[in-house]
Design a protein around this ligand. Sequence first.
Ligand code: GDP
Length: 297
Amino acid sequence: MAFENLSERIQKALRNLTGKGKISEEDINAASREIRLALLEADVNFKVVKDFIKKIKQEALGKEVQESLNPGQQVIKIVNEELTKMMGESATTLTKSKHIPTIVMMVGLQGTGKTTTVGKLAYHLQKTEHARPLLIAGDIYRPAAVDQLKQIGQQLNVPVYSEENEKDVSQIVARGLAEADKNKNDYVLIDTAGRLEIDEPLMEELEKVKAVAHPDNILLVVDAMTGQAATDVAKGFDERLDVTGVILTKLDGDTRGGAALSIRAVTGKPIIYTGQGEKLTDLEDFHPDRMASRILG
Ligand code: GDP
């Protein structure tokens, strides 16, 4: 399970503080050191870790904590609050368009889970809002991706717009949007191509799709298993496309959790959903406070 190691180590560092009538600066320093190492080992961005530890120390050494009846508990509360802030404070939802359809463009590197996540989001919207989404197959370089999306569409009973011979994805997207207008779909979810790494042709194509689609949401799909590298990728996509939010996939795996903890601080963009498995039902809203509590046990 994600965060297991991190969770265990932070809990251990904090356990040493609870039950003490008074905690000294040395106690705080020792706990901070442990937490710092645990975060770095979990692959959290080093600058994020540095800022975090600074804040914890500042607050934990404050007069109120030192003079409270249970300083150890106060420190745990501070760590919880700061972890929550690191991940974005409160939950963020999709931006809804004033007029239907609300358009969501899914971007990300190959294999991160874009196509699967388009399906998961369609299901989520069906279930929570009785939505009638239309999916557009914009990953045309991988024929398997188009088939995969069509299969998902069949499973969910959701229309999938695709074309076989068009090489210009933005044209497919434009016609897909016209189709959605005709059918009065309330959401359009656009799957796009990915590469193994960020390259210029991909970015140009995505910019073109963005210009045609005017998406209300550009969601960057990031594989949590890629750790630290995930934040660099996120920065790269964000600089070119100004993404509106992040979906962190594969959090069900044995990830160290660093991406979840750093991505908000590094990019300023909120995590909106997490992928917790391969099935279409495995998408969850992201709540920073609940994630912090899960880590602190
Ligand atoms: P794309 O290339 O970005 O479109 O990626 P795909 O949607 O084809 O997904 C790549 C692989 O990751 C597939 O085997 C998916 O089943 C798997 N996958 C996607 N999301 C998750 C997730 O949240 N958890 C797990 N365990 N696997 C996932």
